[in-house]
Design a protein around this ligand. Structure first.
Ligand SMILES: [Zn+2]
Length: 126
C-alpha cells in the first residue's frame, strides 16, 4: 500500500462518485472513492457540491488512462443529458426584498436566510 493516490474525478455526490468508480472498474481501472466517509456523514448535498467527492486511482499512469477515458465518457454523457445542476435548483422569491433566489431542491420545506437582505425565506414543499 502506498499513500500515493491521484484524484481523477470530483463528483458532486457520493452516488455519482460510486457510478464513476464502478464505470472505471468496468474499463479495467481500479478506482475508489477517497473521502467517502466524510461525504456520507455530511447531511446536506449542497456541501458536497461545493467540496466534491474525489474518485481516486493508485498512481499517475493509471490516472492518465482514467482521465482520458473519463473525458471521452463525459462528452458522450453531455450530448445525451444536459448537466444535472439546473434540475436541482428551484426559484423562490424573498418575501422581504422580492429578490428571486435559487435554492437546491433538497431545501424544499425548510427556511433559508436571504443572501440579499438577510431575511428568512420559507422554501415551499415541492
Ligand atoms: Zn431578501
Amino acid at each position: 500500500m502506498s499513500g500515493e493516490m491521484v484524484c481523477v474525478h470530483r463528483a458532486a455526490t457520493v452516488s455519482e462518485a460510486d457510478i464513476v468508480t464502478a464505470w472505471l472498474e468496468e474499463q479495467g481501472i481500479p478506482a475508489f472513492v477517497k473521502n467517502r466517509l466524510t461525504a456520507e456523514t455530511l447531511p446536506i448535498e449542497t456541501h458536497l457540491t461545493r467540496r466534491g467527492v474525489e474518485v481516486c486511482v493508485a498512481d499517475d499512469v493509471t490516472a492518465e488512462r482514467a482521465k482520458s477515458l473519463l473525458s471521452e465518457h463525459d462528452q458522450k454523457v453531455e450530448e445525451l443529458h444536459p448537466p444535472p445542476v439546473d434540475d436541482l435548483l428551484m426559484d423562490t422569491t424573498c418575501n422581504e426584498c422580492k429578490a428571486v433566489l435559487s435554492f437546491p431542491l433538497s431545501s424544499a420545506g425548510s427556511t433559508e436566510e436571504c443572501p440579499n437582505c438577510g431575511g428568512y425565506i420559507d422554501i415551499p414543499e415541492m
